[in-house]
Design a binder for this molecule. Structure first.
Ligand code: HEC
Length: 136
């Protein structure tokens, strides 16, 4: 080993370590805030798909299709027999409204007949809503 290598080493190590630390910080910041549409799809299949399809075409289930839900008015799927409560709720489905509704559907739209208690976990709802936003 010559003296040059000895002098270089600590600096290289320090650079490598601070790079690794920076990557770790960026990664953790990402996971704290970003919602995950792939995880949301799994949630959808587990919790919603018995009653909702997620495609434009396809046999209707108990509830209306979720295709195009973000940006759609409440109760707007042609030919689906909504309750008056859902049809007349009178807002456009934004990610924020979906989050509020999915937390507690019957508090959000009193009188809805969607037989679903709600999604407790903030993370699961964020993932679900990010998946719903891809359906267009
Ligand atoms: C047991 C069946 C069932 C399950 C499970 C269910 N829903 Fe529903 N959903 C319905 C029905 C029925 C309606 C229509 C409600 C009405 O007319 O009052 C509805 C309405 C909705 C609406 C309003 C649609 C519109 O066009 O205004 C959204 C959004 C929605 N559901 C999302 C979900 C999501 C997301 C899940 C899973 C986390 C879910 N639902 C689980 C049956 C269900």
């Amino acid at each position: 080993m010559n003296t040059d290598t000895l002098k270089m080493r600590p600096r290289r190590l320090a650079m490598a370590l601070s790079f690794a630390a920076a990557v770790a910080i960026v990664a953790s910041a990402g996971s704290a805030h970003a919602s995950d549409p792939a995880a949301g799809k799994t949630q959808f299949q587990r919790q919603c798909a018995t009653c909702h399809i997620d495609t434009a075409e396809g046999a209707r289930r108990l509830g209306p299709t979720m295709f195009g839900i973000v940006g759609r008015k409440t109760g707007a799927v042609e030919g689906f027999r909504y309750t008056e409560a859902n049809r007349n709720a009178g807002w456009v489905w934004t990610p924020e409204k979906l989050d509020e509704y999915l937390k507690n559907p019957r508090a959000s739209i009193p009188g809805t007949n969607m037989a679903f208690a709600g999604v407790r976990s903030d993370k699961d709802r964020a993932d679900l809503v990010s998946y719903l936003a891809t359906l267009k």
